[in-house]
Design a protein. Structure first.
Length: 376
């Protein structure tokens, strides 16, 4: 490997890992507050809180890894321009291709990492998140309850508490709806309630001073009964918390097999969306790497770099297309796939065109891009 390539790689590596850490921490900030509340206020074991945090990482790394790559390349090449190193390299006869080789190398590594995250990591993260949440509920069922919010604390059981104590164990003004097989849901109202501790793979709940309402249209009867104390032991199967047909819980090969099984109609639309989304995000690393070379080389600003602003703008550009693809997921399969891959295609074609132009003379950016990268 040429010394220049090693130099460029070393300049990109530092900002890449720092950017990856920063972007990931920023998107996890909201989750941090929720996890802190679970551990400190609701008594969830820190080990389970840590596992829950770990399960969030794959779905966020899928986005933050391409963003960190783009920012790192822009910062590294922008520094070359600010220190006039780019001018010296061009004067020595080095073209844009000399910068593209190491950038493509690190982009390919990032693409492979992001592909693995989408291939296995996202599915693992979703399964681990649901399994950990089920374990948290089995230990601290109150962790799943929120004041004046309908919450499914276990499968088929919906809870609405008016007031919850600070330790999340005692509640006042309860409405509980339980769905039962081949029967209408039963509605239970209670003045007070308390979660029981010590249940294994189950949620224990004691209700005080309440009434049960049940309607049976088949028998044309309405049942009403009151109670002073009622004990619930709601089974909580960890395996039942994971839906095998949820595309978010599937690996890329499983999604592909599901698409072949369901076809490309409405039944398979969700599987097609998640399949192309993961591949598109992995391919964006290559697109970002190639686009960052001309954008980075034509920065002439000293002091505050426009690299972060350009990174945010490009990420928003990609996100708009991803959101639009999700919006037409069920209505138009062709439009969904087109929107998913169009930003990658546009960025790649533009970057390749600029590389082609650089072979015939001094490399120039289109006027709009030049206005964005040059600060006067």
């Amino acid at each position: 490997m040429k010394r220049l390539h090693k130099y460029i790689l070393s300049e990109v590596a530092g900002p890449f890992f720092l950017g990856l850490l920063t972007f990931t921490l920023v998107v996890l900030l909201h989750r941090f507050s929720l996890l802190t509340d679970l551990v400190v206020s609701k008594g969830v074991p820190p080990a389970l809180g840590g596992r829950l945090l770990l399960s969030f990482l794959p779905m966020f790394l899928e986005i933050t890894l391409p963003a960190a790559l783009l920012l790192a390349i822009l910062l590294a090449l922008g520094r070359f321009g600010a220190d006039s190193e780019t001018t010296a390299m061009f004067t020595a006869g080095m073209g844009m291709r000399s910068f593209a080789v190491p950038v493509l190398l690190i982009s390919a590594v990032a693409c492979a990492a992001n592909l693995y995250i989408g291939w296995e990591g996202v599915a693992w993260g979703n399964r681990e998140m649901k399994t950990t949440l089920a374990r948290i509920l089995s230990i601290r069922a109150g962790a799943g309850a929120t004041e004046r919010v309908f919450q499914e604390i276990t499968p088929d059981v919906l809870l609405f508490p008016d007031r919850i104590s600070n330790d999340s164990r005692r509640m006042d003004g309860l409405l509980l709806a339980r769905r039962m097989e081949n029967r209408e849901p039963a509605l239970i109202f209670a003045r007070h309630g308390e979660f029981a501790s010590g249940a294994v793979n189950a949620v224990g709940l004691t209700l005080l001073d309440g009434a049960i309402h049940a309607d049976s249209p088949k028998d044309n009867t309405y049942r009403f009964s009151t109670f002073r104390s009622l004990d619930f032991r709601l089974p909580l199967s960890l395996s039942d918390s994971i839906n095998p047909d949820d595309p978010r819980n599937m690996t890329v090969p499983q999604l592909f097999r599901k698409i072949r099984e369901k076809g490309l109609g409405k039944e398979g639309a969700s599987f097609v969306y998640h399949f192309h989304r993961r591949l598109s995000l992995a391919a964006s690393c290559i697109a970002f790497g190639l686009a960052a070379v001309p954008l980075g080389l034509f920065q002439r600003a000293r002091g505050k770099s426009p690299a972060l602003a350009m990174t945010v703008a490009i990420i928003l550009f990609f996100y708009i297309f991803l959101a639009a693809a999700g919006a037409v997921e069920a209505s138009s399969r062709i439009a969904m796939i087109t929107l998913m891959w169009l930003p990658n295609l546009l960025v790649l074609v533009t970057a390749l065109w600029i590389f082609r132009m650089s072979e015939t003379g001094i490399p120039t950016l289109p006027r709009i891009l030049a206005m964005l990268t040059n600060r006067r």
